[in-house]
Ligand binder design. Structure first.
Ligand code: XMP
Length: 522
């Protein structure tokens, strides 16, 4: 909160489902912004934050309800431009002397609408309206503004919202009824671009600048103490490790827990990459005997997960204890994990999602946390990874779950099955890469099924495992669609797996979306 080395924009969150998208749009414009729930944004908060501009998000409440959310007075008095979106527009009009009316069926608007410009000129709408004079937007409002506040001008109207876009040009207060941040307002990014230009942002939020700033901060925080970092080889922990290494060199030791549930050659790749190429102090905790031993004979998915979780922490702790003088634990926590969300459901007014990649360890071991990625969104982490010179093969990797192949091996886990699974997965991923599909897919893998089926190869009968191929598209892993491969791709891949992987004689393709399925099989 006290860092003011770059221009800052404050987003006051009134509880819209899409507030994070506002932040995304701004970050794409190299503007640094933070989202804070309205309950926390007091006059003093605004003064301390020292924003160069403020955005009021949308939200589900009605400004006519007594006690509904409000921005603090200091927001209006800060002398900086404000953009109000949907509920944010209504609250602004209401606070500044306009009128808002309750939604009736006739005036509520949900979904696609078209806004047409008025005669008024404003930098905020420069180049925004399409050539034919109207622009598609996404509306989602029950209440509407029925009278604009004194000093405001109408910039655009829609059939259901005569005050779809309004502005007080002198104070640079802008208010729109629709949501410019969503995909269904196709040209919405332009409005954010205009807004931040009008507010005088210099676009100083770049990954190059972030890298320098973070290195300074890490050095300040850590001093001459030792830091431990759990490295999985995934994007977040890899980028965090490289950044830390750049900042504090040999004061960093990474621990890579090899639980024997990794993919083909994965352990070697991670170790070679970080120890040999980056010269990073890396402990390769080769503990497959321990994990596979305790998993032996277990087939219940929850039991398997619990065993792995418990052992992971034990092992991590065992190796971390060997690092003398360690005072910090680094985690690849990202911004979406720390955004405080607005809660309307009573109880504490805000819920903070905290992220513990190695659950509870910092407290248990008396370690302090270093979280060098906590201001970044996932795609910014990738950009930072590129900036740090990490190869694309690491940056663009599909997510891989902590319990690894264990949750792709329903039923009992055996070394034989893991061996077969690794080989089949490698062939499948090779096929996907060869066909240029890897980057179009969120996640792809093979699951080995706990059934043997009869087949025929050459003159002989086979009795081998069946496997399922999984490939999904997704934005965040919360929902997913199966990937629509060409049949020829599926046929070719099945043939390759059966020919190249001894132990599999049947290949199926999983066409379940999420929900109702999950991405993983367990
Ligand atoms: P599901 O299977 O729940 O997975 O649809 C959603 C996403 O989360 C990943 N996943 C995990 N990641 N530890 C992890 O680090 C886990 O225990 C875990 N379980 C699932 C999964 O790979 C997918 O990307």
């Amino acid at each position: 909160m006290t860092d003011t080395s770059h221009d800052r924009l404050l987003i006051i969150d009134f509880g819209s489902q899409v507030t994070q998208l506002i932040a995304r749009r701004l970050r794409e414009l190299n503007v640094y912004c933070e989202i804070h729930p309205y309950q926390k944004v007091t006059d003093a908060f605004v003064t301390e934050f020292a924003p160069k501009a403020i955005i009021f998000s949308g939200g589900p409440d009605s400004v006519m309800r007594t006690g509904s959310p409000r921005p603090p007075k200091a927001a209006y008095e800060a002398g900086v431009p404000i953009l109000g979106i949907c509920y944010g527009q209504q609250v602004m009009m209401h606070d500044l002397g306009g009128k808002v009316e309750a939604g009736e069926h006739a005036t509520a608007e949900f979904g696609r609408a078209y806004v047409t410009p008025t005669e008024a000129k404003a930098g905020f709408v420069d180049g925004w309206f399409a050539q034919d004079g109207r622009e598609q937007v996404w509306m989602s409002h029950g209440d509407h503004v029925s009278e604009i506040a004194p000093g405001f001008t109408v910039l655009g109207t829609s059939p259901g919202a005569p005050f779809a876009m309004t502005a007080d040009l002198e104070r640079k207060f802008y208010a729109v009824q629709f949501h410019p941040e969503v995909h269904h307002t196709p040209n919405g990014a332009k409005l954010y671009e205009n807004f931040v230009r009008e507010a005088g942002f210099s676009g100083d939020w770049t990954m190059g600048a972030y890298r320098e700033e973070m290195i300074r901060k890490i050095r300040d925080q850590v001093g001459d103490k030792q830091v431990i970092c759990g490295l999985s080889g995934g994007v977040d922990s890899s980028v965090a490790a490289i950044l830390l290494h750049e900042a504090i060199g040999d004061q960093l030791t990474c621990v890579f827990v090899d639980h024997g549930l990794l993919r083909l050659n994965e352990a070697e790749e991670v170790v070679t990459m970080f120890r040999d190429n980056y010269n990073l102090k890396l402990i390769h905790a080769a503990e497959s005997e321990l994990f596979l031993g305790e998993l032996d004979g277990q087939s219940d998915p929850e039991t398997k997960r619990k065993i792995i979780g418990r052992l992971f922490i034990d092992v991590f702790q065992k190796y971390a204890n060997q690092i003398e003088g360690a005072e910090f634990l680094a985690q690849g926590t990202l911004y979406p994990d720390v955004i405080e969300s607005v809660s309307f459901s009573g109880g504490p007014s805000v819920t903070i999602k905290s992220h513990h990649n190695v659950g509870g360890l910092p407290e248990k071991m008396g370690l302090k946390l270093v979280e060098p990625l906590r201001e970044l969104f996932k795609d910014e982490v990738r950009e930072l990874g590129r900036e740090l010179g990490l190869p694309d093969s690491f940056i663009g990797r599909h997510p891989f779950p902590g319990p690894g192949l264990a949750i792709r091996c329903p039923g009992e886990i055996t070394r034989e099955k893991l061996e077969i699974l690794r080989k089949a997965d490698a062939v499948y991923i090779d096929q996907i890469r060869k066909h240029g599909l890897y980057d179009d897919i969120w996640q792809a893998f093979v699951a080995i099924l706990p059934v043997r089926t009869v087949g025929v190869m050459g003159d002989g009968r086979t009795y081998d495992f069946a496997c399922a191929l999984r490939a999904v598209t997704s934005v965040d892993g919360m929902t997913a669609d199966y990937y629509p491969f060409e049949h020829s791709f599926l046929g070719e891949t099945a043939t390759r797996i059966i020919n190249e992987v001894k132990g599999i004689n049947r290949v199926t393709y999983d066409i379940t979306s999420k929900p109702p399925g999950t991405i993983e099989w367990e």
